[in-house]
Write a protein of this length. Structure first.
Length: 289
């Protein structure tokens, strides 16, 4: 397989004139070379780990390709299926239940998952000290200052209150002496007040410290759970007038949650404290009994 991959590479690089229609396209040849090399490397790793056999025919992506083919068919033949995947997956699940002659409209076949904020309250209490002490690094704080200006701009537009507009904007635009905001600012960016800066920085630190819980217990209602966590643990600072302080806090939590979840690419099971999760689940099962 290694020799074949090298031969394909040499064949493609030779570029014989007037023979283009008898050769592979650059995409096909590259994919073939990568597939061959990856298969060889994976086989070597498995054999070195102690496996006696490697079933090469199983090293393929046909199952996932068939799945996405169903998604595309159920989305009107579109290549980019987008958010329709969620609904398509539910329909495929119901079809599989019907094939097994399960009357899912009569029986409770829902997966027993804890997907709301109530399910993680107890675990949040166990990590309360960690959450309250969460802080951003110096570099992350500078980015949070820039995002705080965006949050303040959104709140000012939503509330349309003169008093709130005056409170949310920094009186002296030179308060931010250095950092990310100053680098990007060309005179048109909004410099937020210190209250919003502190609120946003702390909120991002809190969400970063509980992202493993959001992944495990709030997979279906992750945004709502993130908002509830911020409402519970974020600083009780005021950055709006008395009439709009609660509304401003609510929309600030929602905006920050959306920004964090839309841009956070590190949410993965690798960050989950597995021992803590196992012990917590065991406690929950014992309580139910």
């Amino acid at each position: 397989m290694k020799s074949f991959a090298e031969w394909v590479s040499d064949w493609k690089s030779s570029s014989i004139s007037n023979c283009e229609k008898f050769t592979l396209t650059s995409q096909t040849s590259s994919a073939l070379v990568y597939t061959l090399k990856c298969s060889v490397s994976l086989s070597e790793d498995l054999i070195n780990e102690g496996y006696d056999f490697v079933l090469m025919a199983r090293l393929q992506s046909d199952p996932i390709e068939r799945r996405f083919s169903l998604y595309r068919q159920m989305s009107g033949g579109r290549f980019l299926v987008g958010l329709r995947v969620l609904n398509s997956e539910k329909i495929i699940l119901m079809k599989s239940l019907l094939k097994e002659n399960i009357c899912f409209w009569k029986e409770d076949v829902s997966v027993d998952e804890e997907n709301n904020f109530d399910a993680i309250k107890e675990y949040l209490n166990e990590r309360e000290n960690e959450i309250e002490g969460a802080e951003l690094s110096r570099e992350s704080e500078e980015v949070a200052v820039y995002i705080s200006g965006y949050v303040a701009k959104k709140l000012r537009k939503r509330l349309s209150c003169t008093d709130c507009n005056n409170i949310m904007k920094s009186v002296n635009s030179t308060d931010i002496e250095d950092g990310y905001l100053k680098i990007l600012n060309r005179g048109g960016l909004l410099v937020p007040c210190n209250a919003i800066i502190n609120f946003c920085s702390k909120s991002f630190a809190i969400l970063d410290s509980v992202q493993d819980l959001l992944l495990l217990y709030a997979s279906n209602n992750i945004r709502e759970s993130a908002e509830n966590i911020l409402n519970r643990y974020s600083p009780s600072t005021t950055f709006a007038c008395q009439s709009h302080k609660l509304t401003a806090r609510k929309w600030a939590c929602r905006t920050i949650s959306n920004i964090f979840l839309n841009n956070e690419q590190k949410i993965s099971t690798s960050s989950i404290r597995k021992d803590d999760i196992k012990s917590f689940k065991k406690q929950q099962i014992e309580k139910r009994k």
